[in-house]
Design a binder for this molecule. Structure first.
Ligand code: PLP
Length: 396
C-alpha cells in the first residue's frame, strides 16, 4: 500500500560528511549524539551512518535507545547520557552500554546487576558526570570523594570517563566554561588521588567544537590532566550550527567549518487538492485568514500531529515549484492550507517542501529549521525532535 504522502528524506551522505568534517577539524574523539531518534532524523539511518563515517562512540538518551542502537551498531561504544533508571542495570550490561552515572543508587543498580550477571572486576565501564554549574545532573566536587568510595578496584565498575556539559559554550566569553574547567581539574585530582585512571575527559557539544576559544580550552584541560578528549556533537552532525551570540569573535577557520555543514533532512508532503477562493471567504478553524482578492489555495497532507507546529499558522510557508507558498489559516491536526495564487500550474500530487530546499528551473528556495524555530520562538533542536513518528524517514 502507498503511504499518506508526508515524509522526511534523510541524506545519510550529508550526515557522514558532517561527521568527517568535524572529526578532521579537531584532534579529539567525536561521540556522535544520536539521542531522541537521532534528533528526529531516525536512529536506524544515522547510527550506522555515523559508524561508516568513522565514529566509534554513539550517544543516546536512555537504555531503551541504547538497546536499539546496539542492534544497529554491534561494535559501537554506546553512551547512555541520561543514566540508568531503576531496574535497567542488567539490560545496560547485557547490551554493553556505558552509562552516565552520578548518584550512589546508579552505582548500586549497576553493581547488583553485575553480580547477578556474573561480571568480573573492572568489566562494566561507566562515565561519571560532574556537576559544574548547570545543576541538571552530576555529582558536585564536594560529593565526589564519597561517591568514589563506592568504586573499589576489585568491584565490577570501571571508571572509564569523567563527563560534564559545557552549557554556555555559545556565549561571547569563556567565563562560564573556564569556571567549569577549574572544577573539572579539581575533580581529576580527587579521582587520581583515589587511584582511579579514567581514559576520557568527555565534554563538549556542537557549540564547543565550533567556538575556537572553548575548544582550545577543552583540549588544554584534557592534555593537562593526561586524559583523552571526547567531544559530543549533536546539532552540527545534522548540518546546523548553534547560533552564537553576535559578539562571539568570528574566527575564519570556524566560520569556514560552519559554512561547510550540510543539512541532512528534507521534510516533504504533496498537494492533496486545490480550490479557488473569492474575496471574503475564510480558511481553516475560526476563519483566521480572510481572502481579500481572488485566490487559489492548496491543501497539504501535513498538520500539527506530524510536528508542523501550529505556531506557523498564517506565518510559515511551504515550497512548491521552487516558490514560497504561505500557510493560510490555522494549521489543523492533519492538514494545512497554503496560498498558491502566485505559483502557476500547481497540480494535485505536486511535492511541497516544509523544511529543506526545493529548486525549479528558475529558482531555489530554502526553509531552514532555524527559520521555523524563529517563527515558533523555539530552537532548531525542538523543531527536529517535534517531527512525529508517523512521518516516515526515507534514506536518499
Ligand atoms: C544533547 C547533548 C549533546 C549534543 O548537543 P548539541 O548542542 O546538539 O551538539 C552533548 N552532550 C550532552 C550531554 C547532551 O545531552
Amino acid at each position: 500500500m502507498h503511504r499518506r504522502p508526508c515524509w522526511v528524506e534523510i541524506d545519510t551522505r550529508a550526515f557522514e560528511h558532517n561527521y568527517r568534517l568535524l572529526a578532521a577539524s579537531v584532534p579529539a574523539e567525536l561521540l556522535a549524539v544520536v539521542k531522541a531518534n537521532a534528533y528526529g532524523h531516525g536512529l536506524a539511518l544515522c547510527g550506522p551512518a555515523a559508524i561508516r563515517a568513522g565514529a566509534r562512540w554513539l550517544g543516546v538518551t536512555t537504555v531503551e535507545e541504547g538497546i536499539e542502537a546496539r542492534a544497529l551498531c554491534p561494535t559501537a561504544e554506546i553512551l547512555v547520557i541520561s543514566g540508568p533508571f531503576p531496574g535497567q542495570g542488567q539490560a545496560a550490561i547485557k547490551h554493553r552500554l556505558t552509562t552516565v552515572v552520578w548518584e550512589p543508587w546508579h552505582l548500586a543498580e549497576l553493581q547488583e546487576a553485575a553480580r547477578l550477571v556474573g561480571c568480573g572486576p573492572q568489566s562494566v565501564p561507566i562515565h561519571l558526570e560532574l556537576e559544574t554549574g548547570m545543576n541538571r545532573q552530576g555529582v558536585a566536587v564536594a560529593g565526589l570523594e564519597a561517591l568514589l568510595k563506592h568504586l573499589p578496584a576489585d568491584g565490577p565498575l570501571k571508571l572509564d570517563g569523567l563527563l560534564t556539559h559545557p552549557f554556555a559554550a555559545d556565549e561571547p566569553d569563556n567565563l562560564v566554561t573556564n569556571e567549569q574547567l577549574a572544577l573539572v581539574a579539581q575533580a581529576i585530582q580527587l579521582i587520581h588521588s583515589a587511584q582511579l585512571r579514567p581514559a576520557w575527559l568527555n565534554i563538549g557539544n556542537s557549540a564547543s567544537i565550533l567556538s575556537g576559544p572553548v575548544r582550545n580550552a577543552l583540549l588544554h584541560s584534557a592534555s593537562n590532566a593526561g586524559l583523552n578528549l571526547m567531544l559530543r556533537p549533536g546539532l552540527a552532525l545534522y548540518g546546523l550550527s548553534p547560533e552564537f551570540s553576535a559578539t562571539v569573535p568570528n574566527e575564519t577557520p570556524i566560520t569556514a567549518l560552519q559554512a561547510q555543514l550540510q543539512p541532512v533532512l528534507t521534510w516533504k508532503t504533496r498537494v492533496v487538492s486545490l480550490r479557488n477562493l473569492s474575496p471574503g471567504q475564510v480558511v481553516g478553524y475560526n476563519g483566521t485568514f480572510v481572502a481579500t482578492e481572488p485566490m487559489r489555495v492548496a491543501l497539504l497532507a501535513v498538520g500539527y500531529a506530524d510536528g508542523l507546529r501550529r505556531a506557523l499558522s498564517n506565518r510559515g510557508s511551504a515550497l512548491i515549484a521552487g516558490e514560497r507558498a504561505p500557510i493560510v489559516g490555522r494549521i489543523s491536526m492533519d492538514q494545512t492550507v497554503v496560498d498558491v495564487t502566485d505559483i502557476p500550474g500547481v497540480r494535485v500530487g505536486d511535492e511541497a517542501v516544509l523544511l529543506g530546499s526545493q529548486s525549479s528551473a528558475s529558482s531555489r528556495q530554502t526553509i531552514s529549521a532555524e527559520q521555523h524555530a524563529r517563527l515558533c520562538e523555539t530552537i532548531p533542536w525542538e523543531v527536529f525532535t517535534s517531527i512525529a513518528e508517523r512521518v516516515e524517514r526515507v534514506p536518499v
